[in-house]
Design a protein around this ligand. Structure first.
Ligand SMILES: [Zn+2]
Length: 483
């Protein structure tokens, strides 16, 4: 499989450090609010990557952090702690909102068919790990203590900017206006590893450390949690493109300074979800959540399909119209699958192999999910029996996660029920005799009853009675006899 590596800015063959397990790390949510669907786009695409790796035979161990402390309103250590902000907003404790929004996040994931990572670790669980990393960084001179905080000294690195050709001006853009720059920093890009004095006053959670009572910076948690659960070598690190700088850049700086060697081989970044007015965020425009989509009557998997229809390295524009189009596509796909008729279960293996190859070719090419979706249509159109189609669709959907067979089975059941209730009307005679004229009259009466024209129905009954035909209603039909 070829995967675009943001660190080298090239598509590369994916080769894990160990042939039998892929070690994968994902930056998790900061649980101070609901995730918006733009955040969830990243998790959907990462889920596809994980499921595809498993599909192709790898074991995967995937770890995700939950940020419940230390993430300030600006990613560059400015502003207040987002968790504290959320707690104030809702007049609850930090731990209460952390629990509430962690549960809400995984509920959204469940509705979008995003698998829960093997390990999910709240940042507040690993203070000991961060202190161990910081102690070594202090010993080796990569970190310094100033104004009560511990900082990483970026000037000690040969290469700091990994992902983009960021420069000082780009960083300045990320710092919100009206927030004072931290005068303790030796270099503008230095970042906080441990806070004590700065923003300490009303910080809810704090721990003892060799540098005083305080709390960890945001970036250190991902290095601490990844190294704790995945060891010194990571295969793939994922996240939204927002995280590339400064967050991932800082993760690499501190992890490699701590380990003394290269840390992670492949970096996958998912591009933004935009609205027509710009990048989606919690603070601007409509706050789009999975719950909102559900309230408006969308199956959340329609949003998943919408994401799969475009490549993860392209910005995607969300509009209700675009989502409606995805809903039409999804429903058509389900109708086609619902129309397939399972037979004796015989699968045409050679044909399946060829169709499967189109699907894997798409995903092998840097996760081309839109072509992988097209491969579903190739299956539906193929000249093979329905058993082969159903088996393949079910198999490919273990990666795509669109609940294709389950939803189609549901539709089939509903359709059959509807057919049974309005369904075929049977006319039988007690003697077994058939009479086209009588049958036609009885059908006309049934039609009149269906359209609630009871006067007409009674008239036909009387007309038949007048020629000696007696009617009895039976389930799904009528029986008649000559009197
Ligand atoms: Zn992270």
């Amino acid at each position: 499989m070829k995967l675009y590596n943001s660190a080298t800015r090239k598509k590369e063959d994916f080769v894990p450090n160990s042939p039998d397990i892929v070690k994968m790390y994902t930056c998790g949510p900061t649980v101070y609010h609901f995730a918006h669907i733009g955040n969830l786009r990243s998790y959907i695409m990462e889920d596809i990557l994980e499921k595809y790796l498993r599909y192709t035979g790898y074991n995967v161990k995937r770890v995700m952090n939950i940020t419940d402390v230390g993430h300030l309103t600006s990613d560059a250590d400015e502003g207040e702690d987002k968790m504290l902000k959320g707690a104030k907003r809702e007049h609850k404790s930090v731990m209460e909102i952390a629990k509430f929004y962690t549960d809400a996040f995984f509920d959204d994931c469940r509705r979008l068919n995003i698998k829960r990572p093997d390990v999910v670790e709240p940042a507040t669980n690993c203070i000991g790990e961060y202190i161990e990393i910081l102690s070594r960084l202090m010993d080796t001179g990569y970190a310094y203590f100033a104004g009560g905080n511990v900082y990483f000294d970026t000037s000690k690195l040969e290469r700091y900017y990994i992902f983009n050709d960021f420069n000082e001006d780009d960083l300045a853009v990320g710092v919100r206006e009206g927030v004072e720059a931290d005068a303790n920093k030796r270099n503008k890009n230095d970042f906080v590893l441990w806070f004590t004095k700065s923003k300490f006053e009303d910080q809810a959670l704090k721990w003892d450390s060799p540098w005083g009572v305080g709390y960890p910076g945001w970036h250190i948690e991902c290095s601490g949690i990844a190294i704790k659960h995945l060891g010194e070598d990571l295969d793939i690190h994922c996240g939204g493109i927002d995280n590339a700088f400064p967050h991932h850049t800082n993760e690499i700086a501190q992890s490699e300074a701590f380990l003394g060697h290269k840390w992670c081989n492949y970096w996958m970044h998912v591009l933004h979800l935009n609205t027509n007015s710009g990048k989606m965020s919690k603070s601007s425009g409509e706050f789009l959540t999975v719950s909102l989509l559900a309230e408006k009557g969308y199956n959340p998997l329609v949003y998943r399909l919408f994401c799969l229809q475009s490549h993860y390295r392209k910005a995607l524009v969300f509009s209700w119209e675009n989502l409606d189009n995805a809903a039409v596509t999804y429903n058509k796909l389900i109708s086609k699958i619902a129309a397939l008729k399972p037979g004796n279960g015989a699968v045409d293996k050679a044909a399946a192999e060829e169709l499967r190859a189109r699907f894997t070719a798409a995903l092998d090419n840097d996760l081309n999910t839109s072509l992988a979706v097209t491969a579903l249509y190739d299956v539906l159109k193929a000249r093979v029996n329905d058993d082969t189609k159903l088996a393949l669709l079910g198999e490919l959907d273990t990666v795509l996660g669109l609940d294709l067979l389950q939803t189609a089975a549901g539709k089939r059941a509903v359709d059959e029920k509807a057919k049974a209730s309005t369904g075929e009307f049977n006319v039988v005679s007690e003697s077994g005799e058939e009479d086209a004229d009588v049958t036609a009259k009885i059908m006309a009466r049934a039609e009149a009853k269906r359209s609630k024209n009871f006067a007409e129905a009674d008239r036909i009954r009387d007309e038949l009675k007048a020629v000696g035909i007696e009617l009895t209603d039976i389930p799904n039909g009528a029986k008649w006899r000559r009197m």
